[in-house]
Design a binder for this molecule. Sequence first.
Ligand code: GLY
Length: 382
Amino acid sequence: MNDVVVVGCGIIGAAVAWRLSQLGLSVTCLDPAPGDGATFAAAGMLAPVTEAEFGDDELTALNLESARDWPAFAAELADATGTDLGFRRSGTLTVAFDAGDRQQLRRLLDLRGRLGLPTEEITVEAARELEPLLGPRIAGAAWAPDEHQVDPRQVHAALLSALADRGVDVVRRRVVALAEESSGGPVIGAVDDHGTTHRAGVVVLAAGWASRQLAPSAVTVPTRPVKGQVLRLDAQAQPAFSLDRVVRGFVQARQVYLVSRAGGEVVVGATSEEQPDDRRVTAGGAFAVLRDARALVPGIDELPLVELTARARPGSPDNLPLIGGCGRPGLVLATGHYRNGILLTPLTAAAVATYVRDGAVPDRAAAADPRRFAPTVSGGRP
Ligand code: GLY
């Protein structure tokens, strides 16, 4: 019997477990392959400005809150584990490939300006000064100086190490169901694929898009898989290839990004497909990502292609995550982070810890209240 069982040990589940263990609670995590879901694919852009889209104002506010948490979170985790998390303020350069893309970029800049976000249009010449490897055909550019990047795999490894130091068990088993005291009653644990029930006072469901499948009946967890295909290139042996900033772009209305790390890894992504998590990279997906990336930065042609990855993001109906209680005693949700799981990790972990300790999430996480999807709630938020 533990105080808490966390179902899912990707970056969200691991960070939640870390914060809960810091409260002095006994915690077990259950995951057959910790960190092998969306965390494994993620590029690690901490991008509240360049992810700000129309209709997502509440999400943008949440993203900004968590972006503010990241420096202290990264410092604490790096300090606790002696690990380099690849956390750095690189800023984001967004480029438009053609005139239509420039129009799209300007619309987004208008929106982001209205929201008071730190970003501005710059000339193509200024963009080339920032990143000389930009290709010849660029029609427009914008600069967001405050955005950071991190290496999600390193962060996850650091979290596992921090969990081990704190005596948190990470059990490599798949959860097949949550255990209820009685049908529709309090959640009292999680049942794994060996038939073992891991009992706990609180179960945190942090299983990414698959959370929906594990939710008990009458608890609405409307997560869905949104497939992303991501490629990794290796620029280690090519010192002439260097991008100091995250480069994002619109290429004939499609989005693409390149995230370059100190060790030479260049992450290029990503497709966004309403498809199941089949983990298959398709010829068309890889081609589209590479075609668009090389339209912006042709020099990637020279780099070895070292990894092709497909994983599913945990989408939600309103793009906001589900963080906190869901109306069922014993069950707390930490899922549905869609495109911003890495960015929202510090805020989610802190909010779940506050919920477990005090019975309510902090006001700043209120927009992610899972009860907004409860069938008994009419007209929106409780
Ligand atoms: N956050 C970038 C992506 O989901 O592709």
